[in-house]
Design a protein around this ligand. Sequence first.
Ligand SMILES: C[S@@+](CC[C@H](N)C(=O)[O-])C[C@H]1O[C@@H](n2cnc3c(N)ncnc32)[C@H](O)[C@@H]1O
Length: 222
Amino acid sequence: MAGLARQLGAPSGLRGRLVAAMLNRANRNTVAQAVSALSLPRDAVVADVGFGGGIGLELLLDEVAGSGRVHGAELSETMLASAARRYRGDIKVGRLHLHNASMTRLPLPDDCLDGLITINTIYFVADLGGAVAEFARVVKGTGRVVIGLGDPTAMQAAPYTAHGFRIRPVSEVIDELGTVGLTVERDVRVGDGIAAVHLLVAAPRARTSGPGQIPGVPRGPH
Ligand SMILES: C[S@@+](CC[C@H](N)C(=O)[O-])C[C@H]1O[C@@H](n2cnc3c(N)ncnc32)[C@H](O)[C@@H]1O
């Protein structure tokens, strides 16, 4: 169980690739619903943070049409290498950019994304405040952030989570998002019963500052 927990948090080597293939199958529907919850415009620029086996990269690449672009951030060298192989065509034409980076320090400029998803990742980060501050920084005023996490009760019951998972109440995650100016508009449940995954769909509150901006008036159409 400790080994599985380690691989889920940092997939590595052959075992990491096997775990990632399992995650791609198990999480496909959840990730698809997260992508759909972004309600992306045409030519969207998006990111999957902690993409693991890459199912989110694949679904985002399918979703963004025209001149759209996808960024993937990961800490696992094995996952980065697998994605670099699998999506080499998209990388070559500039549709996909992979980054060896933590969610607490994204190598992206401010206000550059129409959407960001991060699914089953926040259990592995100590500094959740730092991570959500990064999400708030990189997403446009009209964009959306979707954080996917297992229901805490179901997660507590899973034998592998005793080995280093940080299981936070959903309300704590919502509060952290609020602290950095991201308001949770919806908690979409995926799956059945108590084990249903939470997809927290968050939008930036109006950011006000600088001449010419009227306090309280949103920057975008949302
Ligand atoms: C359980 S997997 C989830 C993969 C995928 N998002 C999914 O839902 O199938 C967690 C992934 O998050 C990555 N990860 C862990 N900590 C991270 C961090 N601080 N920044 C970026 N990625 C991280 C791990 O390397 C791993 O690939």
